[in-house]
Write a protein that binds this ligand. Structure first.
Ligand code: NAI
Length: 541
């Protein structure tokens, strides 16, 4: 925003400074606002209550999303005050699952441009385009190329909803100040024919660019971002795995960067597993996991579990063998010739198996983790087999949105006779089966990535390592109480996400300082550093 304090109409049109009806009479006089606002002065609490009531009266989640999005564009402080007053209710509206529909209908619900769109047609000028962003000290970029939005596939430029929503969560859930956050879309085209045929589609109307031209474009973006914002961390989001894996490998040791689909997902799954072990008993190194899906989420989780198992003394190869993957062509076994480099380390030395239930029977996993984007594949047969093999089977259908979940909470609890330790990618409401109450946990990356962002921001970290995600996972799991576990809830309640995230951020920050990755001197009280830097939704003096 501008460095000179705007007044009058410009002030009311500046979402970062606008307070709407909360401007006092003295402020209105001093700032040229008299006559531009109705006479009554509201407190922020009253403004928040007004929005709660308005939103509660809307019947449709996409409408609620739009009301919140308009509020963010009008009065950012109030937007965060509303969201942070009841995060458990608002997170599903500003991010998954509602954001999926917002991305799908992006061109149809478009109101005002937010973030930066970098079309491949502007190659050679990306620094100029990025430089048009009004903030000069950006610390966090969330970037997507829109090819694999949630489980919804290629949504092209409509993918902008994801960086927008995700950055709102960095702020609302962990206090990363919004002025340091920049949402970016790399528009290299789309292969989604219905978008290309839609007159309201807002992206480049061409097939996706691949290969060296694509990589050169990504390189130019990274160079431009680093040149303009040297302290910036780049978070890759919702790229197809053919690009996600090589992009992360290319930059992870060179710049401060991470991929939330891979590393954040892995962190939150590992957090769920650490907490689940309190119910199932046993060490991580005793577990066997079978993944449905072998894409970026599955291999990311499997890699982190492997690393965490080696921390318990296992050899890396033995640990990898405890993480078997099953994809559209069956179990990943060494005789398969269709495996990508990032999948091969997990190939099992055994005969091919073509059905998931056969793989469950053969491998006898303690947990199954679904990241296939295909609903209903954890069917009755699979869950009954898991319940036969395990006293407390770990069942994690992680595909998003809800419509893609490999099973519902009710199915997992019912078919396992109430013994499943369940968590899903998209939320399921609490339920009662035969008089017993269950509160299903959501393995939502929101437990990890905002806290990671806050820790990186406060410490000015130079790298984001996998070890930091193990630390984050432990810090999430240690906040799950006996009371939560008794209800089956293996993640902290989302209603207290800010406190949970600040705890996780502190633990990560300690690890950043210990590893010598911080860009600021180590303070005596790292928790105080985190709290001092955290955003609060109050109107500035
Ligand atoms: P991806 O496209 O890279 O991988 C999908 C995998 O599923 C592929 O290996 C494919 O072969 C396999 N698959 C597809 N159909 C199958 C079938 N019928 N049977 C067996 N395997 C099948 O996608 P990615 O990035 O791995 O994401 C997968 C899902 O995980 C998405 O729905 C995404 O929303 C979800 N996810 C959830 C997160 C969370 O809840 N914390 C975070 C990140 C991703």
């Amino acid at each position: 925003m501008t460095t000179q304090h705007p007044t009058g109409y410009d002030l009311l049109r500046n979402p970062r400074l606008n307070r709407g009806t909360a401007f006092t009479l003295a402020e209105r006089r001093a700032l040229g606002l008299e006559g531009l606002l109705p006479p009554a002065v509201a407190t922020m609490a009253l403004q928040v209550a007004r929005r709660h009531a308005e939103i509660a009266n809307l019947g449709d989640d996409l409408q609620k999303y739009l009301v919140l999005s308009d509020l963010q564009g009008r009065n950012e402080t109030l937007f965060y005050a509303v969201v942070m007053s009841d995060p458990a209710s608002y997170m599903p509206l500003i991010y998954t699952p509602t954001v999926g529909e917002a991305c799908q209908t992006f061109g149809h619900i478009f109101r005002e441009a937010r973030g930066i769109f970098l079309p491949i047609s502007a190659r050679g000028r990306l620094k100029e385009l990025l430089g048009n962003w009004p903030e000069k000290d950006v610390r966090f970029i969330v970037v997507t190329d829109g090819e694999r939005i949630l489980g919804l596939g290629d949504l092209g430029a409509g993918g902008m909803g994801i960086p927008l929503g995700k950055l709102a969560l960095y702020t609302a859930c962990a206090g990363v100040p919004p002025q340091y956050c920049l949402p970016v879309v790399l528009d290299v085209g789309t292969n989604n024919q219905s978008l290309l045929d839609d007159p309201l589609y807002l992206g480049l109307r061409q097939q996706r660019v691949r290969g060296t031209d694509y990589l050169a474009f990504v390189d130019e973006f990274v160079d431009a971002a680093r040149a303009l914002y040297p302290k910036c961390c780049i978070q890759w989001e919702d790229f197809a795995n053919i690009n996600a894996v090589p992009i992360l490998a290319r930059y992870r040791d060179r710049i401060c960067t991470f991929n939330d689909d891979m590393q954040g997902t892995a962190g939150v799954a590992l957090a769920g597993i650490f907490a689940a072990l309190q119910l199932t008993g046993g060490k991580l190194a005793d577990q066997r996991f079978l993944f449905l899906g072998a894409g970026s989420a599955a291999t990311g989780i499997a890699e982190l579990i492997t690393l965490a198992m080696t921390r318990e003394g296992m050899a890396p190869d033995a640990a990898r063998q405890r993480n078997a993957l099953f994809d559209i062509n069956g179990l990943l076994v060494t005789s398969r010739t269709d495996l990508a480099d990032f999948q091969r380390p997990f190939a099992q030395e055994r005969a091919p198996l073509s059905t998931f239930v056969a793989a469950v029977e053969a491998l006898r996993p303690t947990g199954i983790i679904g990241t296939s984007t295909v609903p209903k594949l954890f069917n009755r047969e699979v869950i009954e087999a898991m319940a036969r093999i395990n006293r407390r089977p770990i069942i994690f259908p992680y595909s998003n949105p809800t419509s893609r979940s490999e099973c519902t909470a009710e199915e997992a609890y019912r078919w396992s006779g109430g013994r499943a330790v369940f968590a899903s990618g998209s939320p399921f409401p609490p339920l009662e089966i035969e008089g017993r109450r269950f509160v299903p946990g959501q393995g939502n990356n929101v437990y990890i990535f905002p806290a990671m962002g806050m820790a990186v921001f406060a410490t000015e970290a130079t790298r984001v390592t996998d070890e930091l995600f193990i630390v984050a996972a432990q810090a999430v799991a240690e906040q799950v109480t006996e009371e939560h576990l008794a209800l089956g809830l293996i993640y902290p309640p989302q209603s207290r996400i800010l406190a949970a995230s600040l705890h996780v951020a502190e633990r990560i920050a300690v690890a950043i300082f210990d590893a010598g990755l911080a860009g600021v001197p180590r303070p005596d009280d790292i928790g105080a550093l985190i709290r001092a830097r955290a955003y609060r939704p109050v109107y500035p003096e």
